[in-house]
Write a protein that binds this ligand. Sequence first.
Ligand code: ADP
Ligand code: 5GP
Length: 189
Amino acid sequence: MENKKNGKLFIITGPSGVGKGTVLEKFFKNNKNAVYSVSQTTRNPRPGEVHGINYFFVTKAEFEKSIKNDEFLEWARYSDNYYGTSKTQVLTALNSGYDVFLEIETNGAQKIMEKFPDCVTIFLRPPNFDELEKRLRGRNTEDEEAIQKRLHEVKKELELSKNYQYAIENDKVENALEKLQKIYNKEKA
Ligand code: ADP
Ligand code: 5GP
């Protein structure tokens, strides 16, 4: 697929709890031409999450209808829920000249890399496994079963990080943010 204007597509992936949301939230404050692709999901909202801002929270039936109607650029099952990227939303933003950031897991990322070979791929790594677990638990948003499922994915996710053009270690948020900014500036130059 191609996009007509100048918007660039970025994928940012990394294990649950590594800090993708935290780093991106700060990044978007300083980069007004960069937009977040709001995904659809069947998981329940966390306290403070807003429909249309963090996700479009939909039922399983609604999600499956969207799959049937070919409304997703990619979708995946992760930890017992569906997650998907809206085709119209992303293509409209790209064609309007915005740089679009997809914050998605590894299977969806793979599909996007195939469809958009020019996309920029970034993997956010934790300093180590213990720190990742600490962050995930410290966020206090998942029950024990969900935490275990997310931790179970980590090894496979880290192995796949070699398929990404850039790896950023999220030791300190400011460091990760600075590295992300450098990548963005370089790719836009
Ligand atoms: P993700 O979006 O990757 O699942 P979050 O952005 O929700 O991760 O971050 C998970 C938790 O880790 C949050 O409580 C967040 O405040 C914390 N966190 C994020 N980055 C760092 C960091 N560099 N150092 C310490 N804690 C962090
Ligand atoms: P969370 O439940 O923590 O918000 O997200 C779980 C995982 O799903 C994260 O790795 C997140 O990046 C990923 N994710 C969020 N939206 C999408 C999407 O639209 N497609 C895919 N494939 N993964 C997504």
